[in-house]
Ligand binder design. Structure first.
Ligand code: 4AD
Ligand code: MG
Length: 452
């Protein structure tokens, strides 16, 4: 891989690299090629003298063509790079005709979304998806270092964790059924959906194995066209037995900082491209986030701050409303100017499973909000008291029959427990500065986009 060749300690003889041509310049006696294989941001430069084996195909080695180069790694006289290759032979592996869409020039994110199958070849997206991979590894490392057990919660489920009715139905493909057929009970005689969250199933494992997490795809049939909502996104959901809201907020902050630190330390040069082309203050801001404690305020205090600000919001704010993205951004960008954890929300705006506080008005919910995005983490201490949970469920019109297994967790050895869900794409947007969720997931599924 080019990544390996470029950090080689000494010249090697001979070396072969394979990759795709970024640029080629010819003179009478030689060609100068820049090759990239996606293993790192950098290209490797190659000099090929006219007449070496394979040189006859040099005019077909255009931008995007796959080629192989064998030669010697020699010290590069140019700046910025230690090594280049003096080719002893070149091989054309796959041509890229002149209509190759990624010619060397700037492309808009919108255009690149329309060619999602070629997009990872663009530098910025190569960097984004290498970053995504490293962040995923960091997520597992964080929990592994803290003895959390990784649980695979199901993708197909019968329960609507968030109770928002935003689920995609799962049905078997049956060509004999007329279009208008109701797909009720279509999962082999039952109704089934794509999960919106692995939390409820996660709770069953936390009340057995203590500290667990799940990390997988989740789905929301929410028809909202924003830069931070996707129909399919990945969520990280830890769940801890014998843990309260305080411990939950501590973990969410520690987790967010761990990912930020990892991005700062192990990005192998990719962070620079975001800092240069996407968000000039990115690295400085991440360093600040890493060092400074997050702000913590209750929902009641947050609403007071918003009301007192005198700012005109599109969606007026008063006690009892669910905080909108404009409110979240005001708190983090203008008021506190740092990530902020808001806790103890009114019970009316939150799902059935959150623990009722002694004031009987608020529940032990917490959301972590960050500048530029708003909510990246949502969590809570769970209601562990059987009678209170039953009352909450009745209030949300959920049947005890459907949730008998969830109620069992409160019937047998119930204990305080808490957890949260962190949106993986939103975390990625935060550490890369990328502005649209569609640009940090390999194949974005949003209302109206599912081309392949
Ligand atoms: O706040 P949410 O809906 O919380 C839950 O699903 C809980 N059951 C999690 C838990 O406690 N285990 O979602 C959690 C996070 C949000 O903070 C956000 O980062 C992300 O998931 N998220 C989305 N990301 C992208 N597109 C969407 N449509 C999202 N909806 C939520
Ligand atoms: Mg939420």
């Amino acid at each position: 891989l080019i990544k390996k060749a470029l950090c080689s300690e000494q010249a090697q003889a001979p070396i072969t690299v394979k990759g795709w041509v970024r640029t080629r310049r010819d003179s009478k006696d030689f060609s100068f090629l820049e090759i990239n294989d996606g293993s790192c941001l950098a290209n490797i430069q190659c000099i090929a003298d006219a007449g070496i084996p394979g040189y006859d195909d040099i005019t077909k080695m255009t931008t995007g063509a796959a080629i192989g180069i064998t030669g010697q790694l020699v010290e590069s006289p140019g700046k910025g790079q230690k090594w280049e290759i003096h080719a002893t032979s070149v091989e054309l592996i796959g041509e890229a005709p002149a209509d190759y869409p990624l010619q060397k020039k700037g492309h808009t994110p919108e255009f690149l979304r329309s060619i999602a199958h070629l997009r990872p070849r663009a530098n910025l997206y190569g960097a984004t998806f290498r970053m995504r991979s490293r962040m995923a590894q960091a997520v597992h490392r964080f929990f592994d270092e803290r003895d959390f057990t990784y649980v695979h919660t199901p993708i197909i489920t019968a329960s609507d964790c968030e109770g928002a009715g935003e689920m995609f139905r799962v049905s078997t493909l049956d060509a004999s059924k007329p279009e208008a057929q109701s797909y009720e009970n279509d999962f082999f005689g039952k109704s089934a959906y794509l999960t919106v969250s692995g939390q409820l199933e996660g709770e069953t494992f936390a009340t057995a194995l203590s500290n667990i997490y799940t990390f997988g795809p989740t789905f929301r049939a929410e028809n909202s066209n924003t830069t931070r909502h996707a129909s399919e996104f990945w969520m990280i959901e830890p769940e801890m037995a014998f843990c309260d809201l305080e411990g939950d907020m501590d973990l969410a902050e520690e987790f967010t900082k761990y990912l930020v630190d990892d991005a700062l330390q192990n990005n192998e040069g990719d962070l620079d491209i975001f800092n240069r082309f996407v968000d000039k203050g990115l690295i400085e801001r991440l360093q600040f986030v890493s060092e400074k404690p997050f702000q913590r305020v209750s929902y009641t205090e947050a609403v007071e701050i918003l009301v007192k600000s005198g700012k005109k919001f599109d969606y007026p704010v008063e006690y009892g409303v669910n905080l909108q993205s404009e409110h979240e951004r005001f708190l983090t960008e203008e008021h506190f100017q740092c990530p902020t954890t808001v806790y103890n929300y009114p019970k009316e705006v939150k799902p059935f499973y959150m623990r009722l506080n002694d004031d009987e008005k608020t529940v032990t919910a917490m959301d972590v909000l960050v500048p530029g995005i708003g909510e990246i983490v949502g969590g809570a201490q769970r209601e562990e008291r059987l009678d209170v949970l039953k009352a909450n469920m009745a209030h949300h019109q959920l049947s005890e029959e459907d949730y008998w297994w969830y109620l069992d967790l409160r019937k047998y050895g119930t204990c305080p427990h808490a957890g949260f869900g962190a949106g993986f794409e939103r975390l990625l947007m935060f550490v890369t500065g990328m502005k649209n969720i569609r640009d940090v997931i390999p194949f974005a599924r949003t209302p109206g986009s599912c081309d392949f």
